[in-house]
Design a protein around this ligand. Structure first.
Ligand SMILES: [Mn+2]
Length: 323
């Protein structure tokens, strides 16, 4: 198992590690774990993030998080590793160019919609998180470099991407990996509090404001929430603060499809789709050139607000028929 990946690690000395734009707990956790592991193994490793946006404050507790973009890059690296990236565009153009310059190029991902962009790709689409796969790979490389910090980084990705072990992607393996990671002495309650529960007051205000305006369609099977510039201005928040709010409408018992639409620029919207059991979220996102998982997906849509809303609603309504 993972032979090519393991020999890629063993035969290289300098590593560029990449993850996706707007990183979540799994993106940060998986890339940090590989970084921490490689440093312990005595390798040169640099962590790249696509933009200068700050790391989400709630993930600031992750060990080595300050190492992102905090170095003078080499002109090229022996090995490039991209984690949790469903396609090359998620790395940003600039970082993808650097990725391509590496002699050995490897990717670890779990997105159903993955479009391969490296010679060595480990894609396990039924894995709850990328960190669930990374743990198995690092064990295959050398378990002695997995320490408490690596375990905390990996466990955090597992908790965030599985919704605290509540999504259908949660498998026996998810719990086995979680159990092994907890045996390193990390505090499960602390991680849960940090990544799933603690909410800044500004986000509490944003949530109250937008949820009050939720719209329902198809006998309350589709719920729709939108964020416009005024919502962010009134609550001193940004689009990055919308993460997770969509789950509040998905949790309504009648709802099968939850959609959120956030204005990111004039006539440009970020769309998130969350579904229950039998409705394929990635298939809805794909209509608009996006992708993701069976129950969580996203896309960008451009146009006038009303037009964009109508297009997404009709795609969602169509998908309900196949549920
Ligand atoms: Mn992920």
């Amino acid at each position: 198992m993972y032979t090519k990946f393991v020999s890629g690690i063993k035969s290289s000395n300098s590593f560029a590690i990449f993850t996706h734009i707007n990183p979540d707990g799994d993106a940060l956790g998986s890339s940090l774990a590989v970084f921490t592991f490689l440093r312990s193994a005595g390798k040169t490793a640099h962590l790249f993030l696509p933009n200068d946006k700050p790391i989400p404050p709630k993930l600031g507790f992750l060990p080595n998080v300050e190492e992102f973009n905090n170095f003078t890059p080499l002109s090229s690296y022996d090995c490039a590793i991209a984690l949790d990236c469903g396609d090359a565009s998620r790395l940003s153009d600039e970082n993808f160019k650097l990725f391509l310059k590496a002699k050995t190029r490897m990717v670890v991902d779990h997105h159903q919609s993955h479009e391969a962009f490296a010679p060595i790709t480990i894609l396990e689409a039924d894995s709850a998180s990328t960190t669930q796969i990374v743990f198995k790979i690092l064990k295959a490389c050398d378990p002695k470099y997995i320490d408490k910090d690596v375990a905390l980084q990996l466990y955090t990705g597992l908790v965030t991407d599985s919704g605290s072990f509540s999504y259908t992607s949660t498998s026996p393996e998810t719990h086995k990996v979680a159990a092994e990671l907890l045996s390193y002495g990390i505090d499960a309650g602390f991680v849960s509090r940090k990544v799933m529960k603690d909410t800044p007051f500004s986000i509490f205000n944003l949530k109250n404001r937008v949820l009050a305006k939720t719209k329902f369609f198809e006998d309350f099977k589709i719920a729709f929430v939108s964020y416009i510039d005024e919502d962010f201005e009134a609550t001193s928040t940004t689009e990055a603060d919308t993460e997770g709010i969509i789950n509040n409408i998905l949790d309504i018992d009648t709802v099968e499809i939850a959609i959120s639409l956030a204005e990111i620029k004039d006539k440009a919207y970020k769309v998130s789709i969350r579904t229950k059991q039998n409705v394929n979220a990635a298939a809805i996102a794909k209509v608009f050139g996006g992708g993701g998982h069976a129950n969580a997906a996203g896309c960008r849509v451009y146009g006038y607000f009303e037009d964009v809303c109508n297009k997404i609603l009709s795609a969602a309504t169509e998908m309900l028929k196949y549920a």
